[in-house]
Design a protein around this ligand. Structure first.
Ligand SMILES: [Zn+2]
Length: 548
């Protein structure tokens, strides 16, 4: 009997030790740091197209060789623009629910135009600019990955967002972030707002005082590889349909940027140097704020904006875009090397995606007999007014036209006894005669519009009742809004909606997922990896195939 008791005590102790070990290993198995990387305007096909030119195995190829790649990740809403993309990635949600209905929008209740991260109640920190820092996530209506991480750890997790664009830093960092830092084109400083802090941390003030933008200008922009590579794989270096961000005479490589030293801090945005600035700050933040230093998971949300500025000016088939990605690959390889040393291999998880992709330059498409064209959605106002005039109607019946939306003045419609159906019918018939318009959709009835189900869903998901218009103008494939030269994005076609989704590191399998996944699946995949609640408005599903 005594032997039996002794034996059972032994067994119990072994079981208890085993359980404790499991608990310990489970605890330490969580990543100490999650790094989200958004490459602004990165098309999914760039990964494959530019693969032969990546020099390092540790940049983009690190995901392909060691991690998981989701090859059919789609954006499930329109408009496919920067603010909506960053919001969807980190909320797992869509404009209908998370409130981020565009980079800016006309607010039906406030009856004025609002910028996505505008906040009149906060002040700039780190620059003499009054306007550039009056920003916060106040317009975001749902929680983010970072917010849920904070809630799960009694706010012990640290969450920081960094980007050249204010919206690229603020929206991903969420409501409860420790900090968000963005670039101020007036001073050349990285700044924040009083939403986060009363002063910049010393390490950031010191970085700002070192004038890295000026030293980047002095380096200019030179090709990384022999020009024959670009000749063979891109459109010509000099095209009349490309923008000229560095002056009318700077038509091709190499770009001398000396003239901007100490004078113009906006030009850096449209160069690959912008990506170096963001990773410089990221490294400083990891070291000085001790991100990933203990077992409580931290989140660093990085957004590389320069690929978007470069893409808008030069297009996806340009020498500038190829060279920008070759240089971004080097930046990533260097950054991952830093993470291995600082946070430790196996202690962190990285995901990389894009906020939207981009259309070909319309003139490039035309040169190759592909469909496309340009229109100016501000000119739609002229057409809408012409329609109202032709029907002897008051021009004030329309309160705003912009971002492919027409907003009605419902108060005036009621007082003049003009019905919604009547106004919609006459405007739709008028606009649908224009050659670049596919269809005019009444936003509140988008679910029954005569369009394929997936397209209807994008319109429904993208329509926010407070911040959206009454009508949405759906353009034909390849039609680009605005931009006399260069190109843009924002619509429902696959060139704008097909984005990369790559993961590597702690908890991630080495695999390729070919089935369709969505931008809204990113947040629930990360929260599942971390074992925390998904963001409040998330409508996506975790991509189980990528998780160990
Ligand atoms: Zn853009």
């Amino acid at each position: 009997m005594r032997i039996l008791t002794l034996l059972s005590i032994c067994l119990f102790s072994i079981a208890a030790i085993a359980q404790k070990q499991t608990t310990n290993s489970e605890k330490s198995n969580k990543p100490k740091l999650v790094i989200g990387i958004v490459v602004d305007q990165m098309r999914w096909d760039y990964v494959n197209k530019f693969k032969p030119f990546f020099k390092s195995q540790n940049g983009f190829l690190h995901f392909i060789n060691q991690g998981a790649t989701c090859d059919n990740t789609m954006i499930p809403y329109v408009p496919t623009v920067t603010a909506c993309g960053h919001a969807s990635i980190y909320t797992g949600s869509v404009p209908a629910l998370n409130g981020i209905a565009g980079n800016d929008w006309y607010d039906n209740i406030l009856q004025k135009k609002v910028y996505c991260v505008d906040d009149p109640n906060v002040q700039t920190v780190g620059s003499p600019s009054v306007a550039n820092g009056k920003m916060s996530p106040v317009n975001l209506w749902t929680t983010t990955i970072g917010d849920e991480l904070k809630l799960a750890t009694n706010f012990k997790s640290k969450v920081i967002g960094i980007s050249l664009k204010d919206r690229g830093a603020i929206i991903p960092a969420g409501h409860t972030a420790n900090a968000a830092y963005w670039y101020d084109t007036l001073s050349g400083n990285f700044i924040t707002s009083t939403y986060y802090a009363k002063a910049l941390p010393n390490w950031l003030s010191n970085y700002n005082n070192e004038h890295h933008v000026d030293s980047s200008y002095r380096k200019g922009w030179n090709l990384s590889l022999s020009s024959s590579i670009y000749e063979e794989n891109c459109d010509g270096d000099e095209n009349i349909y490309e923008g000229k961000p560095f002056g009318e005479n700077a038509k091709h490589f190499p770009y001398n940027l000396n003239e901007f030293v100490g004078i113009n801090y906006a030009k850096i945005l449209t160069t690959p140097h912008g990506n170096n600035l963001v990773t410089d700050i990221a490294k400083q933040a990891i070291i000085n704020e001790q991100l990933g230093a203990d077992d409580i998971t931290d989140l660093l949300a990085l957004s590389f904006s320069s690929p978007d500025y470069i893409g808008h000016k030069f297009g996806p088939n340009s020498w500038e875009t190829l060279d920008g990605y070759i240089k971004l690959d080097e930046v990533l390889a260097n950054f991952f090397g830093f993470l291995d040393k600082q946070v430790g291999k196996g202690n962190y998880t990285v995901f990389l995606t894009a906020d939207h992709a981009v259309a070909n330059i319309p003139a490039y498409a035309k040169k190759h007999n592909l469909p496309g064209g340009r229109f100016d959605d501000k000119a739609i106002k002229v057409d809408v007014n012409a329609c109202l005039n032709a029907n002897n109607l008051n021009l004030k019946l329309i309160s705003y036209v912009g971002d492919n939306n027409v907003y009605y003045n419902h108060q005036l419609m009621d007082s003049l006894n003009i019905s919604n159906d009547y106004l919609t019918t006459i405007i739709s018939r008028y606009l649908e005669k224009l050659p670049f318009i596919l269809q005019v959709v009444e936003n509140r009835k988008a679910a029954v519009a005569p369009l394929p189900q997936s397209v209807r869903e994008k319109i429904v998901n993208g329509f926010n009742t407070q911040r959206g218009g009454d009508l949405m103008i759906v353009t034909k494939s390849g039609v680009v809004d605005g931009y006399p030269t260069g190109t843009s994005h924002g619509v429902l076609y696959n060139y704008d909606t097909h984005i990369p989704f790559l993961l590597v590191g702690n908890g991630i399998k080495h695999t390729t997922v070919n089935s369709q996944t969505y931008m809204t699946d990113i947040a629930p995949t990360i929260t599942t990896l971390l074992g925390i609640q998904m963001p409040s408005g998330s409508i996506g599903k975790p991509v189980q195939e990528v998780l160990k």
